[in-house]
Design a protein around this ligand. Sequence first.
Ligand code: MRU
Length: 419
Amino acid sequence: MATENRLEPASRPLSQCQEHGKLPAPPGRDLPVRGTSRNKPGMTTVSDYRPFDDAGVPRAIQSHQVGKLPPTIEWSGGRDGTLRLLDQTLLPEQVAVRECRSAADVCDAIRRLQVRGAPAIGVAAALGLCLELSRSAASGGVGDAGAWGRVGALLSAARPTAVNLSWAVKRVLCAIERAARATPRADALALWNAGFAEAVAILAEDVETCRRIGEHGAALVPEGGGVLTHCNAGALATAGCGTALALLYVARERGRRFQVYADETRPLLQGARLTAFELAAAGIDVTVVCDGVAAALMGTRKIDMVVVGADRIAANGDTANKIGTYGLAIAARHHGVPFYVAAPRSTFDRGLSSGAEIPIETRSEEELRHAGSRVVVARGAGVFNPAFDVTPAGMITGLVTEKGLLQPVTTGEIAKIFG
Ligand code: MRU
């Protein structure tokens, strides 16, 4: 699988860490996060996401679970533990976990989309960074913040479009830098502990953030109506209950009934394989349609709302999401259907003034040339396989964030949630 060359700067210099002064403190209280009750005993609520036990040993940490599946992301086994990722390329036929032992493993899993979705790859990369540096922590000696930076650069470059990836890596690097500054000649173990605590905070915050997005957006889901979604922006794409799908989960908890249409999402079928899977597992009425059906469904008044996730949102609200999202927005505008994007603040990149600056990943031709093991593109034809497109802010009815609904979608409204 190839990515195009327009990668993000590998990692931003550590000196930019002061930006993190504005980030919320890691949650340390009980939160009403439902749906985590299937997680293993001792790991059921956000308040349990304490990185270390009383003896200072890193605890096992896992994301929200979907149905009876293993969690999307799990850290298990203490300081020299492994990062276990539910292999999403095999769903729904096979449930398998990829066990990562190094940052290179995690980079590979991210590139292959074994873990995918903007928030999930951020959490995986943050924990992947800890994975790599656990060996030097064990061997003692003076901590080397530069080694963390080099590994962080590799992880940040694994996929270019979702800004959550470099955002999460940078957060861990900044935590390391703070620890190094606070204790000159801090040992490698102290730096590792600081990095791991930050990675766990990122995971825990994502659980809380997803829930809040769902709570802010649930009222938008029309009683008895039809909801169209694209790709997968659910529990499989986050550490929590999703972004776009969080609205549906919370609306359902509140007793609302509705019909979901999931675009199959060519070429990798995240809608058919993943969204349909997790909604069906939650008992939500879901019908898969091929991508070309969406406009016709709107034309026959079957769709009352479109809700999708995002990989990166520029300062003016232009939004990059899975290829095909822009076309949906055009169809929704034409048919007068409200078009919502649900995303956490970690998906906003206010350093970019518009969507024209968002790097768009181009993926391997092979993904398009094949449907399963069959060749479906005529020999001799070229193919073009961008993974994302950009929907202009003006076509988005509202942005649902953990801070509330932003409507209209303007630079000024967006700035308010970062105030
Ligand atoms: O290529 P993918 O499967 O990682 O693309 C994922 C999406 O486009 C999602 O909609 C987006 O990351 C939001 S996930 C909450």
